[in-house]
Design a protein around this ligand. Structure first.
Ligand code: PMP
Length: 457
């Protein structure tokens, strides 16, 4: 089959049968999307043989590059043993080995004996869903069934299942489902560039954290947990926390005896410059949600890691019905666990956050420069995770009208120059694999700067 007929065939199969996520399919039918057929390192190859820098780490999952030899080999070796067996009623070698390695990594970051129990699921949303059910049932076992209220943040994003949408706070994604959601308490987003309380740093005294504490106090008998994305509200627009905010929230949870649930689905595994983002402020959650980078971006796998206090509340006689009633068909899938084991071996042998540090410094300098440009309101980042918020007017911080799709136009322009990025509205997201080379990162930043000048101007 010649290349044109192959492309025509693949395009028509996609158009006729695939419903793409977060996509207006009427537009999609008119578009000419990249069709990926291969990858190497930080680049994706399309059906025409063109190479594109993977500037969003294939939706924030890839940390060590594509086709990393050790991960490829670990999956192949596992295929020679067993692809899947259930964790309901039996154990499997791959998930046990991974659990040991993950417990070691988590304890290295958070201290021995702090977060010990690993519950497997399939993706970021389910890791949060599990955390919510765990926290709720923990209270029920302690005789406090009335504790049903989760407190979370405006602009938070925790996934697309109904529980994780309930604790989410991104209107454009979540408002359509409001009638289906359970009630939560929403604290203001620590979005300093557009402070929802109309205050400014440093004189604000972190009033946003004080507001969260008031919410906890006002609901002291019904709060089941506080859930947030530590250090950065990613899908909400790459909103980075002011210094001290995360620590304050953790202290509030400790003071009030409320489980603190850290959703490190996007930030885990070195993305922000530390293995886990909580480490930036020396904070230890009661429940930790991880996915995305766990398998290096190879296969869907997630974990919800709980401390002993939570776990022990579920122990009891069979007839007490204290069992955690949750599990999926693919819980602890051996292929995905083998991939994750290989990733953790690499974390053990190499200093992955350290390796990313010089590149994070390049990114930081670039952000500083971008912020001086005309249509850039704020350019912010931590580690190899950054966002450039484009504005129509720098003085008034006026947004570009959303229908103008400026962020999307910047992404299209970048694609012409061999870079794949995906914006969040008018925030340009920068999230290459941590293994990106310095020249490739510099090229990526150059392309984005040029695309912003062309499109925003
Ligand atoms: N939590 C956070 C912080 C996320 O960024 C995401 C996805 N971007 C999720 C949860 C949901 O993960 P998934 O899409 O794998 O369900």
């Amino acid at each position: 089959m010649n290349i044109d007929s192959r492309i025509a065939r693949l395009r028509s199969l996609d158009r006729e049968h695939i419903w793409h996520p977060f996509t207006q399919m009427a537009d999609w039918a008119k578009s000419d999307p990249l069709i990926i057929t291969g990858a190497s390192g930080c680049f994706l190859k399309d059906v025409r043989g063109g190479w594109y820098l993977d500037g969003v780490s294939s939706l924030w999952v890839n940390i060590l590059g594509h086709r990393r030899r050790e991960i490829d080999e670990a999956i192949k070796a596992q295929l020679g043993k067993v692809a899947h067996s259930t964790l309901l009623g039996m154990a499997n070698e791959a998930s046990s080995e991974l659990a040991g390695k993950l417990a070691a990594l988590v304890q290295k970051s958070f201290g021995a004996g702090r977060l010990t129990r690993i519950f497997f699921s399939d993706d970021g949303s389910t890791s949060v869903e599990v955390a919510l059910k765990m926290a709720f049932q923990y209270w029920a076992h302690k005789g406090e069934k009335q504790r049903t209220l989760f407190i979370s943040l405006e602009n938070g994003y925790h996934g697309d299942t109904l529980g994780s949408v309930s604790v989410g706070g991104v209107d454009i994604f979540h408002s359509a489902f409001k009638p289906l959601l359970f009630r939560t308490g929403k604290a203001p987003s620590p979005y300093c560039y557009r402070c929802p309380l109309g205050l400014s740093r440093p004189g604000c005294g972190l009033e946003c954290a004080a507001a969260l504490e008031r919410l906890v106090e006002a609901n002291r008998d019904t709060v089941a947990g506080v859930v947030l994305e530590p250090m950065v509200q990613a899908a909400g627009g790459m909103i980075f926390f002011p210094a001290g905010y995360l620590k304050r929230v953790s202290e509030i949870c400790n003071r009030h005896g409320v489980p603190f649930i850290a959703d490190e689905v996007a930030t885990g595994f070195g993305r922000t410059g530390k293995t886990f983002a909580c480490e930036h402020e020396g904070v230890v959650p009661d429940i930790l949600c991880l996915s995305k980078g766990l398998t290096g971006g190879y296969l869907p796998l997630a974990v919800t890691v709980a401390n002993d206090k939570i776990y022990n509340a579920f122990l009891g006689g069979y007839e007490e019905l204290k069992t955690f009633f949750h599990g999926h068909s693919y819980t602890g899938n051996p292929l995905a666990c083998a991939a994750a084991s290989a990733v953790l071996d690499i974390f053990d042998k190499e200093d992955i956050p350290g390796m990313a540090a010089p590149k994070a410094a390049i990114l930081k300098n670039w952000l500083r420069d971008m912020e001086t440009r005309q249509f850039v309101g704020e350019a912010r980042g931590l580690g190899l995770m950054a966002g450039v918020e484009l504005v129509a007017d720098k003085e008034t911080k006026k947004h570009f009208p959303w229908e103008q799709r400026v962020g999307w136009k910047v992404a299209l322009k970048a694609l012409e120059k061999g870079l794949f990025i995906r914006p969040l509205g008018n925030v340009i997201v920068i999230m290459p694999p941590l293994s990106v080379s310095q020249p490739n990162l510099e090229r990526m930043l150059e392309v984005i700067a040029a695309a912003v000048s062309e499109c925003a101007g």
